[in-house]
Design a protein around this ligand. Structure first.
Ligand SMILES: NC(=O)c1ccc[n+]([C@@H]2O[C@H](COP(=O)([O-])OP(=O)(O)OC[C@H]3O[C@@H](n4cnc5c(N)ncnc54)[C@H](OP(=O)(O)O)[C@@H]3O)[C@@H](O)[C@H]2O)c1
Length: 248
């Protein structure tokens, strides 16, 4: 398969890139800062790995990268995975105008541009699969300490829904991945180096299994860990959920 991962320079995106490269797929790893990629990784599969540096908010740069990867539509794009997303610890970093704009540009309009451009290519070739990473936060009716992030992840779910309905007649699948806390370097970094207090924290390796399995099954929505699905359902009904969430 030819796979593009936007947000592949670290965390879950990089884990996915390594997984697909190990299966001999051709992978385009994209992000704003390619210097984050270790030389050993870059040299691990030189004939199968391509890298593109762009900000997902910049539609023109993303289009150039996509055209290069698909050799102007001569090569297929089988799978697009958008893991690019911005999040921060809202208890230590206040939400200001710059942070709000970054959330909207990356998590919402960036994803929309990526789906729009990739689906054009997939409609041209007649098949394909679009995948985006939302969050359990996007399932919560309210997330008192991170309502802006939560709203952008709800938008990810809505975007996936729209594209799924529009592309269903053309055999193009759309998967929304909805994880709880994953013990990535970024999550640790915004929690002073230790995210172990997060409820139902999942390892990167286990989260990778979930994402890969959801993609293989062309599942519409995959929520994990399963405990979070029930907790969110409960919290959405309980008036006390604000207190519980404030403590996280
Ligand atoms: N970890 C969790 O607990 C958790 C839980 C639920 C949902 N999620 C979601 O899962 C996704 C991955 O999270 P992670 O923990 O793996 O974080 P991460 O390591 O920070 O990964 C984010 C990736 O997106 C890229 N990126 C960020 N902004 C970008 C932009 N404007 N343009 C292009 N690329 C951009 C980053 O690379 P560059 O810096 O090189 O641009 C990086 O490769 C995010 O969407 C996050 O919201 C995470």
């Amino acid at each position: 398969m030819n796979i593009m991962i936007i947000g592949g320079t670290s965390g879950m995106g990089l884990a996915l890139a390594k997984h697909y490269l190990s299966l001999d797929h051709t992978v385009a790893v994209c992000g704003r800062d390619l210097s984050k990629l270790a030389t050993s990784f870059l040299q691990s599969a030189p004939s199968k790995l391509q890298t593109y540096q762009f900000d997902i908010a910049n539609r023109a740069d993303m289009e150039t990268a996509l055209q290069h990867f698909t050799e102007n539509s001569l090569r297929s794009l089988d799978l697009l995975v958008v893991t690019a997303g911005t999040y921060f610890n809202s208890r230590t970093q206040p939400l200001d105008a710059a942070a709000t704009l970054a959330l909207l540009r990356t998590n919402v309009s960036g994803l929309h541009h990526a789906f729009e451009l990739a689906s054009k290519q997939m409609l041209h070739q007649g098949f394909g699969h679009l995948v985006a990473i939302s969050s359990i936060a996007g399932l919560l009716k309210d997330y008192p300490s991170a309502s802006a992030y939560s709203a952008t992840k709800r938008a990810v779910l809505a975007n996936c829904d729209c594209y799924r309905k529009a592309l269903a007649p053309f055999e193009i699948a759309v998967t929304a991945v909805v994880p709880g806390y994953i013990n990535t370097e970024k999550l640790r970094q915004i929690n002073n180096g230790d995210a172990s207090h997060k409820p139902f924290l999942m390892s990167e390796a286990r989260a990778l299994q979930h994402i890969v399995s959801a993609i293989e099954r062309r599942q519409s929505v995959r929520v994990f860990p399963w405990q979070m699905r029930y907790i969110v359902a409960l919290l959405n009904f309980l008036p006390l959920h604000r207190l519980w969430l404030k403590r996280r």
